[in-house]
Design a protein around this ligand. Structure first.
Ligand SMILES: NC(=O)c1ccc[n+]([C@@H]2O[C@H](COP(=O)([O-])OP(=O)(O)OC[C@H]3O[C@@H](n4cnc5c(N)ncnc54)[C@H](OP(=O)(O)O)[C@@H]3O)[C@@H](O)[C@H]2O)c1
Length: 244
């Protein structure tokens, strides 16, 4: 897909990886709807960065755990630029949940934010894309969706299911819409991680570095702009860590 003059919605776009994806899409000519939940001022700063690239930006708030807010986000995004050609589901809930302490409410919340929210957006916008005859959806998963970590079970299950959702939607929205996933390894550590955690990850990574948000953003661009004959795939972007 040629991105110039297209409209994209990126969730969790105020900062970190979502911001890098939004700016990469804008850099290729797309107008961008920037979704955020709590990071309103960062979303505004990202919108200004999109505008400096010569593209239009709109920020929309939504809690992805609330289906009515997700539907309103989809409606608002379509209204903003008349259509949405590209959806990138990047927002996610991520924190450690040891089995003994994990509550049922936490379990549900991970699935609501990381799976049901992306599903509702992809269904609503994907069906509109299908009707229009083209569109691209990219879900940001995680290598932990394929090789789960014991201390992050609901996160890993949500990402594993997001991969299955990607494969199922690729069939359900074919042939008009291509649906793919990116599965990053560590590209931007949570702010509370220290040097010890960083070193352990680098040791376990054949390419001997943490990734960069641009590694994910470049992969999203490939899946959006590259061959239309790719659908239902998961591109692992982890410096080889999942091979170890
Ligand atoms: N960072 C990594 O190394 C890494 C590795 C593997 C996979 N990933 C995946 O890549 C994506 C982006 O990573 P990241 O590190 O940039 O993510 P992040 O900083 O952990 O979260 C991204 C955004 O998700 C939004 N979010 C959280 N709960 C929400 C809710 N209930 N409703 C709506 N939005 C909500 C937050 O928006 P607000 O700030 O506006 O509240 C947050 O800024 C995620 O899907 C993540 O799982 C990241």
């Amino acid at each position: 897909m040629e991105l110039s003059g297209r409209a994209a919605l990126v969730t969790g776009a105020a900062k970190r990886v979502g911001r890098a994806i939004a700016l990469a899409l804008a850099g290729r000519g797309a107008d961008v709807v920037l979704h955020y939940r709590s990071s309103a001022s960062e979303a505004r700063v990202t919108a200004e960065a999109v505008e400096r690239l010569g593209r239009r930006a709109v920020t929309i708030h939504a809690d992805l755990a609330r289906p009515e807010q997700v539907e309103a986000l989809a409606d608002g995004a379509v209204q903003a630029f008349g259509t949405i050609d590209v959806l990138v589901n990047s927002a996610a809930l991520f924190y450690r949940t040891p089995l003994e302490k994990l509550t049922g409410e936490e379990w549900e919340q991970f699935l609501r934010v990381n799976l049901t929210g992306p599903f509702l957006l992809a269904r609503r916008l994907g069906l509109l894309m299908k009707r229009r005859g083209e569109g691209k959806i990219v879900n940001v998963a995680d290598i932990a969706g394929m090789r789960p970590w014991a201390e992050f079970l609901p996160y890993c299950v949500s990402k594993g299911a997001l991969i299955t959702l990607t494969q199922g939607l690729a069939k359900a929205l074919a042939p008009e819409v291509q649906v793919n996933a990116v599965a990053p390894g560590s590209v931007l550590l949570p702010e509370e991680y220290g040097e010890k955690e960083r070193e352990a990850i680098v040791r376990a990574t054949p390419l001997k570095r943490i990734g960069d948000p641009s590694d994910v953003a470049q992969t999203v661009l490939f899946l959006v702009e590259g061959p239309d004959f790719i659908t239902g795939q998961v591109v692992v972007v982890d410096g080889g860590r999942s091979l170890a």
